[in-house]
Design a protein around this ligand. Structure first.
Ligand SMILES: Cc1cc2nc3c(=O)[nH]c(=O)nc-3n(C[C@H](O)[C@H](O)[C@H](O)COP(=O)(O)OP(=O)(O)OC[C@H]3O[C@@H](n4cnc5c(N)ncnc54)[C@H](O)[C@@H]3O)c2cc1C
Ligand code: SF4
Length: 337
């Protein structure tokens, strides 16, 4: 058994100081719904946990200002059931309610959700207890060790944004909706505060799949902000292997602005198919200014997967993903006020 130190921080400064005092082997912990899992699997091996749930004001949900502002410690269920979010931004509410289970959503925070790690089974189950490489090679867990998923069981893996080093899917639903909405992430750390557009927050795997997020070890997410664009015509459409409590096989977050029967603008992001929450600009361009029909929606869906790079067992995701985009577009457009 390994001893782990625990500190409960009561302010941002105390949290950052506690982290800096320990160094790279410290971890912040919020709801703990994913970090404890990874600790039990031996993937994460912190020596010191810094509990941030006692920091006052970090769970505030503010829908009255110029932007929607969700404190990093706001619970997934609290954000999902906020009336202004449910009524005006179904894309956000649905992305949270279609994730995990009610029990998990009652514990998990919207900030922690952004930092969850891939569900690639070789990454999660391959750590072993003693060796450094583990049971399976995995460049994300042990840089330079290889990738067991490439040429292996890749049905659940990505077909967009992949590299020769990693094909792991970005698992979250909420970050996909935030990507379609053009959200930003507020971060506080030893060097002060900064704001990162969500489009820059997730890193493509490239040669360094272990570097996943634009956040330094001692930095804390403090809030997520979302522009207040008209978003009633939106949806988060998620296809999974079973109807609830499962990660996306393919999903689409869609906001459309209609002008009569025509699409003025569309914002589309994809989940379950890519290594990062994936903005599908080619699909958006296919739609602009045209009359929305099921045929055009499917054409846009196909455009989103034009550059797909499937492996052995996941080529079906191109067709499935295109149909998910098409269905999401029709659902969103029907919600016009
Ligand atoms: C069985 C199961 C099914 C799930 N299904 C889904 C699903 O379908 N869709 C989906 O999107 N998610 C799913 N999840 C993931 C779940 O949504 C996340 O576990 C949860 O959102 C993480 O939030 P948390 O507060 O518990 O994070 P924690 O576990 O506390 O932390 C997660 C990571 O973020 C760091 N961290 C936490 N808060 C901060 C902060 N404010 N600043 C900096 N670092 C921080 C921690 O150090 C850790 O690395 C599932 C999880 C489980 C266990
Ligand atoms: S896909 Fe990525 S996370 Fe999975 S085994 Fe390969 S390197 Fe590791």
């Amino acid at each position: 058994m390994r001893a782990i130190d625990y500190t409960r921080a009561d302010s941002l400064e105390a949290a950052v100081e506690a982290f800096a005092a320990v160094g790279l082997d410290a971890r912040y912990i919020a709801g703990g719904t994913t970090l404890y899992d990874l600790m039990k699997l031996g993937v994460e091996r912190p020596v010191h946990l810094i509990d941030v749930t006692g920091i006052v004001g970090l769970d505030t949900i503010d829908t009255d200002g110029d932007v929607l502002r969700f404190g990093a410690l706001a619970l997934m269920s609290d954000v999902a059931y906020t009336p202004a979010v449910q009524d005006g931004y179904p894309i956000l509410s649905e992305s949270l309610l279609k994730a995990a289970s009610q029990q998990l959503r009652n514990m998990a925070t919207v900030g922690g959700n952004l930092l969850q790690r891939t569900r690639c089974p070789y990454f999660r189950n391959g750590a072993g207890s003693l060796s450094t490489v583990g049971v399976y090679p995995c460049n994300k867990r042990v840089p330079g060790s290889g990738c067991a998923a490439i040429g292996g069981l890749d049905r659940g893996h990505a077909i967009l944004g992949v590299s020769d080093a990693c094909i792991a899917v970005s698992p979250g639903d909420w970050p996909v909706a935030l990507t379609a909405m053009g959200a930003s992430v507020e971060i506080h750390g030893p060097a002060g505060t900064r704001t990162v557009p969500i489009s820059d927050f997730y890193r493509l795997p490239g040669d360094t799949p272990h570097l996943e997020f634009d956040i330094a070890p001692a930095e804390l997410i403090t809030a997520i902000t979302v522009p207040k664009a008209p978003s009633r015509s939106s949806t988060y459409h998620k296809i999974r292997d079973r109807e609830s409590f499962a990660f996306a096989v393919a999903s689409a977050a869609v906001v459309v602005e209609m002008e009569g029967a025509n699409v003025r603008t569309a914002r589309i992001a994809l989940g379950g198919v890519a290594t990062i929450p994936w903005r599908a600009q080619s699909a958006e361009e296919t739609l602009r200014g045209k009359q929305l029909t099921p045929e055009l929606a499917l054409e846009a869906g196909r455009a989103a997967f034009r550059d797909a790079r499937p492996g052995q067992h996941n080529a079906f995701k191109s067709d499935l993903g295109a149909r998910v985009v098409a269905d999401a577009l029709m659902i969103a457009a029907e919600r016009r006020a």
